[in-house]
Write a new protein. Structure first.
Length: 263
C-alpha cells in the first residue's frame, strides 16, 4: 500500500485487496491495520481456527471420496483427540506421553512417531490455534467474503456463520456461499482435489463477475475515494456504518457526483 499510494498512475483511494485461502489472513490483518485499504475481497478465507477446519474438512473430503460416514467420523474423532493433545501440551515429554496413550492400539508406531515430529513444532501449534476473528472484526472498509459449497479445506457451513458474526458491525460487508464450486472456485460436481486438477476452468466466470460487480458498487471503491480528506472530498454525504469506519455514504449524492458509469 505504501508503494502504491504515491504513484501518479494510481488512485490511492481506490486500492483494495483480493485474496484466496490463507491469503485472507494477510488481507484481514492488512485491512485492519491500514486505513488506506479501500475494500477487501476474500475467497475461502478461514473465519475460525485452522484446527476446526482441518477436522471437518478431512471428514468431508473422506465422504466425498466415497468413505462411509461412520469411518469418516471415526477418523475425524481421532484427529480431534490428536489436536486436543497437540495444542494443549508444549512440553515434549508430556506431549509424547499424551499422544502415545491416546494413539496406542489405534495407529501403527510409525504414525505415532510422525505425529510427534509434527506437534513438536511451535509454528504448527500456532498456525492450528490462530483465531482470525479478532482481526476480521477490526476491518473498517467494505468486505466481500465468498465461500464455495464444495470447498473441503474451509467448509462453508462452519466459516460462513463465523464470518458473518465477525463482520456483524461492518455494515458494508457481504458474506455469501456459492453453490457447486470447489476450493479453487471452479465449477465442480464433487469437490475432491483431483477434480480440480482435471478442470479446464481456471475460475468460474460467475465468481469473477460477482467480484467485479461488487467492487464497482458505490459503497466500495467510489465511496472510499470520496472519503473526507481524500480525492473528491467536496462531495457531501452522510456517513453511517460501524462507529468510526466511515465506509458508507449517501449513495444518491455519490452517484450524482460520479456521473454515469462508462464502459
Amino acid at each position: 500500500m505504501e508503494y502504491l499510494r504515491p504513484r501518479k498512475e494510481v488512485n490511492a483511494g481506490r486500492v483494495g485487496l483480493i485474496s484466496h485461502g490463507e491469503g485472507g489472513r494477510a488481507a484481514a490483518i492488512a485491512a485492519a491495520r491500514h486505513r488506506a485499504v479501500a475494500f477487501v475481497v476474500m475467497l475461502g478465507a478461514a473465519a475460525i481456527p485452522l484446527a476446526e477446519n482441518f477436522v471437518e474438512g478431512g471428514r468431508l473430503s473422506a465422504e466425498a471420496a466415497g468413505e462411509l460416514h461412520a469411518k469418516a467420523e471415526g477418523q475425524a474423532s481421532l484427529m480431534r483427540g490428536i489436536l486436543k493433545i497437540g495444542l494443549r501440551e508444549s512440553d515434549p515429554a508430556t506431549l509424547e506421553k499424551g499422544l502415545r496413550e491416546f494413539l496406542a492400539g489405534k495407529v501403527p508406531e510409525s504414525q505415532i512417531a510422525s505425529q510427534m515430529r509434527q506437534w513438536s513444532s511451535p509454528a504448527l501449534r500456532t498456525a492450528m490455534s490462530y483465531d482470525p476473528g479478532p482481526e476480521l472484526k477490526k476491518i473498517p472498509c467494505p468486505v466481500l467474503a465468498l465461500y464455495a459449497e464444495k470447498d473441503f479445506t474451509v467448509p462453508a457451513k462452519l466459516n460462513v456463520p463465523a464470518m458473518r458474526a465477525a463482520l456483524a458491525e461492518n455494515h458494508a460487508a457481504q458474506v455469501e456461499e456459492l453453490p457447486d464450486l470447489n476450493l479453487l472456485f471452479q465449477t465442480a460436481e464433487v469437490g475432491i482435489g483431483r477434480e480440480a486438477n482435471w478442470a479446464e476452468e481456471t475460475m468460474s466466470p460467475a465468481v469473477l463477475k460477482k467480484i467485479a460487480d461488487w467492487v464497482v458498487r458505490p459503497d466500495t471503491v467510489v465511496a472510499r475515494a470520496l472519503m473526507p480528506g481524500e480525492s473528491g472530498s467536496a462531495v457531501e454525504g452522510k456517513w453511517t456504518g460501524a462507529p468510526g469506519s466511515q465506509n458508507m455514504v449517501d449513495w444518491h449524492r455519490v452517484r450524482d457526483a460520479a456521473g454515469p458509469r462508462k464502459g
